[in-house]
Write a protein that binds this ligand. Structure first.
Ligand code: SF4
Length: 434
């Protein structure tokens, strides 16, 4: 216990956590908001990390402030005991071995080491990388694969991201906006099969004002009590705050890349600093914060992906979606080569090794360029899947990239079974599907 460098404060609710965090900060205790370590609660919640030097001071402040928190616990270093021994029959290079040793004892990897892992090639070393990430996943988040479902409720967008098949000005078969009742019908279908969290996704469509979204969020909560993830782009602090108050639990806003030049090149209407600021606001407001990146963007190097992974770690991102870049017809990037399955899987594996206590989906984009891609990702560190639950008549119009695979419940169940993993107990499926 003596080598504990950090402690974590677990609160009873997000609002209590935010109050405790701001009080500690005001009294000069340095805090960081991180996904709750799995041994102390759901990783889809947030804990406050403090240094061991500040522990006593924080305890005193909380006592004096009469805060009945769940507790203050050691932030244990996640090790993989016996890792080297279990890999002794594998032939791997000495530098790789040295990194694996660091993973075994829970030491932090440097950017250079992360980049090294992303550059690994050759079947034998890739196998070791994926198996190590798979073991980390198993020890931290277990075998159950979390299943969520997205309803893409509008394909109108005010922006023109160069890679996106629904960008403003792009020809899509049809622009659509689902009505509140249509969205609720799709939500109820998900609720009926036991899905616990719905992802409401759209382009940056001003038609859906905060008032409209608030009405929808409240209705979903009233009628189903489901968890809600919003993915409606960059908004103001006040809007994020209002949506959180209305009941939104999670927010998905991908950074896509942390290389400012590439970010600007692919997002003509966006500002890298604004994107980072939005992610910071979401964190400060207590959202379960979801981000992600694209692999194979023009000009992107392994070093850039290493920076992305370090950003996810530093920002305390709870859920990290990593998908290959796939060119979309009719966009400025339609002729660019797509990202590789192998690099995407390496990024998934390394993200698991670095960020450890996070949700990593096996993305739809990966399944779109490799029909076995989701199983492969689940065996390389991923632990969740997202269904595309947009009503069939609209789905075809939400092609952010060409050839998008429509993951339904059956294909998700198949990928989970093929990966030798467990279905979540909350899914109400027929016995023969189990
Ligand atoms: S990526 Fe998102 S914000 Fe950019 S054009 Fe597509 S839908 Fe709009």
């Amino acid at each position: 216990m003596n080598n504990i460098q950090q402690y974590i404060i677990i609160c009873y609710s997000t609002s209590q956590m935010l109050r405790v965090d701001s009080l500690l900060k005001a009294l000069d205790v340095t805090t960081d908001l991180i996904p709750t370590p799995s041994e102390y609660g759901s990783i889809c919640s947030t804990a406050i990390a403090i240094s061991k030097e500040d522990k006593e001071k924080a305890e005193k402040i909380l006592q004096e402030g009469n805060f009945a928190i769940k507790g203050i616990y050691p932030h244990k270093i996640r090790k993989l005991a016996g890792l080297m021994e279990s890999l002794k029959h594998n032939v791997i290079s000495e530098p790789f071995k040295a990194i694996i040793k660091k993973v075994e004892v829970g030491e932090t990897l440097t950017k250079e080491e992360i980049t090294f892992l992303l550059k690994i090639e050759g079947e034998a070393e890739l196998k070791v990388l994926f198996e190590t990430a798979d073991r980390m996943r198993k020890e931290i988040v277990g075998d159950v694969v979390e299943v969520r479902a997205a309803i893409e409720f509008s394909n109108y967008c005010d922006k023109s991201c160069h890679y996106c098949g629904i960008r403003k000005g792009c020809t899509v078969p049809q622009r659509y906006r689902m009505t509140e009742d249509e969205i609720m019908e799709a939500v109820h279908e998900l609720h009926d099969v036991g899905i616990k969290t719905v992802v409401l996704q759209s382009g940056e469509d001003e038609f859906y004002t905060v008032e409209e979204l608030t009405k929808l969020i409240k209705r979903i909560k009233q009628e189903t009590k489901m968890g809600i993830t919003l993915s409606v782009g960059e908004r103001s602090y006040e809007e994020y705050e209002a949506l959180k108050k209305a009941g939104a639990n999670n927010y998905l806003l991908k950074i896509e890349t942390t290389n400012p030049e590439i970010f600007q090149f692919i997002h003509p209407d966006d500002d890298f600093e604004v994107r980072k600021q939005c992610a910071q606001w979401l964190k400060e407001l207590g959202y379960v914060n979801a981000s992600g990146n694209m692999i194979g963007l023009p000009g992107q190097r392994p070093e850039d992906i290493a920076e992305d992974i370090l950003y996810f770690k530093k920002m305390g991102i709870h859920m990290i979606g990593i998908g290959p870049f796939i060119p979309a017809d009719g966009t400025p990037f339609e002729k660019y080569p797509q990202g590789s399955v192998e690099m995407t899987l390496k990024a998934v594996a390394v993200t698991r090794l670095v960020c450890k206590n996070v949700y990593i989906p096996a993305t739809t984009a990966l399944a779109s360029i490799d029909e076995d891609g989701q199983r492969k990702a689940l065996q390389a560190g991923a632990n969740s899947l997202m269904l595309i639950s947009t009503p069939p008549k609209y789905r075809i119009n939400y092609q952010i990239y060409s050839g998008k695979n429509m993951i339904d419940l059956d294909s998700a169940i198949q990928a989970i079974k093929d990966a030798g993993r467990k279905l979540p107990k909350y899914l109400k499926i027929l016995p023969e599907e189990e």
